[in-house]
Design a protein around this ligand. Structure first.
Ligand code: CTP
Length: 419
C-alpha cells in the first residue's frame, strides 16, 4: 500500500490521515527522515480495524498500529490528548476518541519543530506553533507549558539541539530547568536512551552544554558537572579545566568514531578528575581509580549496558599508562589485556591518540603486534613445564616476539626486559 492509498482508505472510512513528527520536520530540514509516523483523526479504533483488516495494535495505554506503507512498517496512531494527573512519564490520562483534532494532538508534543503535520490527501501543512519558522531559524522551542509534563523532554530538547545544531530558546531553557524536580525520579533507562541518542550526534558536547545552560547538568549527569572547575596543568591542557577537556575529547573522538559506546568511553575517561581532592589540584594523581568508582555509581543510576561499562572501565583504568609504557614485559601484559577486553585496539587508539596527542609505535601497531605475539601458545611450551611455568614461558616468548618486531626504542630493550 502506498502512502496515498493509505490516506485514501482512511478518508473513505470517514477520517483524515496525517504525516507527523520527525518526518515533517526533516522534510523542511531538507533531509530524508529515517521513518514516517502517521496520525489519524475523525475515526475510532473499530473503524480503523475495519478499513485495514491486517492492522495490528502495538500500543499499551493508547492505540498505535503498525501498517505496511510503502514497504515499511510504519506507526499509525489515533490523535490523542494527554492530561497530567501524576508524577513522571506514566502520570498521564490519555483521551483518543474520534473528536480529537490534529491541532490538539500537535499541542501535546514536545517542541515546535516536532509539532507539525501534513494532511496527506490535501498536501496541506498544519503548523499551529510555528515549527516551520523554527526549523528555518534553527530554534528548539517548547510547544507549551505541557513540555514539562514529561521531564525527559528536557533531555530531548538538549539532544535535539545537538542533533540539528539548533539553539534552545530562553523560555525553553526555563521549562527544562523546571523539569529538574521530576527528573530525579525518572527511570534510568529513559535517561540512558537520551544519552545514547545524544552520543550519536555529530557534536555531543552541545547536549551537555545545553543541560548546563538549563541548570540541570548536576541532576542529570553529576559526573560531568563535577568536572567543572577542576583545573589542570596549563602546559598540558591549554583548553581549560577537566570539563572543557572532556567535552573537547568527546567531540574529537565523535568526528572519527561513530560508535556511541566508544564515544561514551571518551566521555568517561577522566571521570575521576571530578573527585580530585581540592588541595591536589591542578594535579589529578590516581584519578583512574576514582574514575572507576564514579562510573560504577553512574552505571547503576542509568542502567548502563554491561558492554558499555566494561569498555569505559578499560579506558578509564588504562588511559594514563598506555601511552607511556616502555618496558616490553609491561607492554605485552597490556596488549593481552587489551585483546581480552571489550574494546578493539583501533577504538582504544582513537581515544588515546587524541588524549595523548599521538601514539607510541607499539600502540599504533597494536593489532599487528597482537597477531604475532598471540601465535605463541601453551601447546608449543617444552613438555617438562607445568602450571605457572607454562604461563611464564608464554609470556617470555611473547616478549621476544615483540622485541623482534622492532616497535620499541632500542635502549629500552636491553634493561628489565621481562618486568
Ligand atoms: N514526542 C513528544 N514527547 C516525547 C516523545 C515524543 O512530544 N517525550 C513526540 C514528538 O512530536 C516526536 C514524536 O513524538 O516527534 C515521535 O517521537 P520519537 O519517535 O522519539 O521521535 P524523535 O525523537 O523526534 O526522532 P525522530 O522523529 O527523528 O525519530
Amino acid at each position: 500500500m502506498t502512502e496515498l492509498e493509505f490516506a485514501q482508505k482512511v478518508n473513505d472510512a470517514g477520517g483524515t490521515a496525517y504525516l507527523v513528527g520527525g518526518a515533517v520536520r526533516d522534510k523542511f530540514r531538507g533531509v530524508t527522515a529515517h521513518d514516517r509516523d502517521y496520525c489519524v483523526t475523525g475515526i475510532n479504533e473499530k473503524k480503523i480495524a475495519k478499513a485495514f483488516p491486517n492492522i495490528f495494535n502495538v500500543g499499551k495505554s493508547f492505540p498505535v498500529f503498525l501498517l505496511n506503507i510503502d514497504g515499511k512498517h510504519c506507526e499509525v496512531a489515533l490523535a490523542r490528548t494527554e492530561k497530567k494527573v501524576g508524577s513522571g512519564y506514566r502520570g498521564f490520562s490519555v483521551k483518543f476518541d474520534s473528536s480529537v483534532t490534529i491541532e490538539q494532538d500537535l499541542f501535546r508534543r514536545d517542541t515546535t519543530i516536532n509539532a507539525m503535520a501534513i494532511d496527506i490527501l490535501r498536501d496541506e501543512l498544519i503548523d499551529p506553533f510555528g515549527g516551520r519558522e523554527d526549523v528555518a531559524n534553527k530554534k528548539i522551542r517548547a510547544v507549551s507549558k505541557h513540555f514539562m509534563d514529561d521531564p525527559v523532554r528536557a533531555l530531548r530538547a538538549a539532544r535535539q539541539s545537538a542533533q540539528f545544531n539548533f539553539e534552545i530558546t530562553e523560555e525553553t531553557l526555563t521549562a527544562m530547568n523546571l523539569c529538574a524536580f521530576e527528573l530525579k525520579d525518572e527511570p534510568g533507562e529513559r535517561i540512558f536512551a537520551e544519552l545514547k541518542n545524544a552520543l550519536k550526534t555529530d557534536k555531543p558536547s552541545i547536549f551537555f552544554r545545553s543541560l548546563e545552560r538549563a541548570g540541570i547538568l548536576e541532576i542529570t549527569f553529576p559526573e560531568i558537572a563535577n568536572l567543572r572547575g577542576k583545573t589542570q596543568p596549563v602546559e598540558f591542557h591549554p583548553e581549560g579545566d577537566a570539563y572543557e577537556h572532556t567535552l573537547q575529547i568527546l567531540d574529537e573522538v565523535s568526528k572519527i568514531n561513530p560508535k556511541p559506546e566508544i564515544r561514551f568511553a571518551a566521555l568517561a575517561h577522566d571521570f575521576g578528575k571530578g573527585k580530585t581532592p581540592l588541595e591536589m589540584l591542578p594535579h589529578h594523581y590516581q584519578h583512574e581509580m576514582r574514575g572507576l568508582d564514579v562510573l560504577q555509581e553512574m552505571a547503576q543510576r542509568i542502567n548502563l549496558p554491561a558492554d558499555w561499562k566494561k569498555i569505559a572501565s578499560f579506558v578509564i583504568s588504562e588511559h594514563m599508562r598506555a601511552a607511556v609504557m616502555t618496558r616490553p614485559g609491561k607492554i605485552v601484559d597490556f596488549l593481552v589485556r587489551l585483546h581480552n577486553s571489550k574494546i578493539s585496539a583501533d577504538d582504544f587508539n582513537d581515544i588515546i591518540n587524541l588524549d595523548n596527542h599521538g601514539l607510541p609505535p607499539f600502540l599504533a601497531n597494536a593489532e599487528k603486534i597482537l597477531t604475532e605475539i598471540l601465535k605463541v601458545s601453551g601447546r608449543d611450551a617444552p613438555p617438562e613445564l607445568q602450571g605457572e611455568q607454562i604461563g611464564n614461558w608464554i609470556r617470555k616468548e611473547r616478549i621476544k616476539a615483540l622485541i623482534k618486531l622492532k616497535f620499541l626504542p632500542d635502549s629500552k630493550i636491553e634493561d628489565e626486559v621481562f618486568e
